[in-house]
Design a binder for this molecule. Structure first.
Ligand SMILES: C[S@@+](CC[C@H](N)C(=O)[O-])C[C@H]1O[C@@H](n2cnc3c(N)ncnc32)[C@H](O)[C@@H]1O
Length: 263
């Protein structure tokens, strides 16, 4: 019997280490099938064979799912809001702050925050956690070596100050590397820690079903301390933020209302 699409998807999930059934099926299916057409493959068996035995095609496949793309200071204007408004406010209120980059990919996101905190002379007052379900990107995050296109949005003086260039690759300073703890964590399955002052989850939920997204937002809400911020990607505003218990102070930043009883 030929391999069905569902069987193929399940085998590919194992191969890439990500449960593709938890993602919006239309988008995911479109991406998966577009490569099948491009490579002229006639069956799911053939597709699976290519993905298993051809590392170049396998990388292309991962890239097509656009699951891991990240860079330092992605959407620089939002990072300036973080630098000038959000972090100074949080640091004024508390002696220590706790930050979580959820779906942190190669680490560029939590490291960007660490760099800003260091610029604010407050890195020693912060706990930074970066999580992702993909062990491969976490290994890259821990190594802290980046290609030029991953640091292109960083101001040149910060590149100069925090990286060492070697044959076209940029090695992040040790003390920024040490400031972030990375853990494997599946947002749709695993337990959440609490008392965060800032939770960052950008360009991750775009692939999730509406139900999965709503459940996740409720869990993030519970994981924040009152007055803490939830930071989302530019293309994924929270339409029901009031019902969830947030106020929207600055574009893409949602503040957990301080006076909610029982939280
Ligand atoms: C496009 S990257 C975004 C990286 C970073 N947040 C940014 O905006 O640059 C999405 C990341 O979400 C991760 N991811 C996807 N589903 C996840 C899940 N269920 N739990 C944890 N991480 C997930 C992927 O492995 C990937 O590294």
């Amino acid at each position: 019997m030929p391999l069905s699409y569902a069987e193929f998807k399940s085998k590919v999930s194992t191969l890439v280490g990500i449960d593709l059934f938890l993602y919006k099926s239309q988008q995911m299916d479109r991406r998966i099938h577009s490569l099948m057409t491009l490579w002229g493959l006639k069956s799911y068996e053939e597709y699976l064979e290519v993905l298993t035995n051809n590392p170049v095609r396998f990388q292309e496949f991962l890239k097509k799912l656009t699951i891991n793309v990240s860079e330092f200071f992605r959407n620089p204007e939002r990072y300036m809001d973080l630098w000038e408004t959000i972090l100074p406010e949080l640091l004024k209120e508390r002696p220590r702050i706790k930050i979580w980059s959820a779906g942190c990919s190669n680490g560029a996101e939590p490291y960007s925050v660490a760099i800003i905190l260091n610029e604010l002379s407050a890195l020693s007052r912060a706990t930074l956690l970066g999580t992702d379900l993909d062990a491969t990107v976490l290994a890259k995050a821990r190594a802290g070596v980046y290609a030029e296109n991953e640091i292109r949005s960083l101001p040149p003086e910060l590149v100069e100050k925090y990286f060492r260039e070697d044959r076209g690759y940029y090695h992040l300073s040790d003390y920024i590397l040490k400031a972030v703890t990375f853990k494997k964590h599946n947002l749709l399955v695993d337990r959440f820690e609490h008392d965060f002052d800032l939770i960052i989850c950008r360009n991750v939920v775009i692939y999730f079903t509406e139900e999965a997204k709503n459940e996740l937002y409720k869990k993030f809400y519970r994981s924040l301390r009152p007055g803490g911020y939830f930071w989302v990607g530019g293309t994924e505003p929270l339409l029901n933020y009031k019902a969830l218990g947030f106020e929207n102070t600055i574009s893409s930043f949602y503040k957990k209302i301080e006076t909610v009883e029982g939280e």
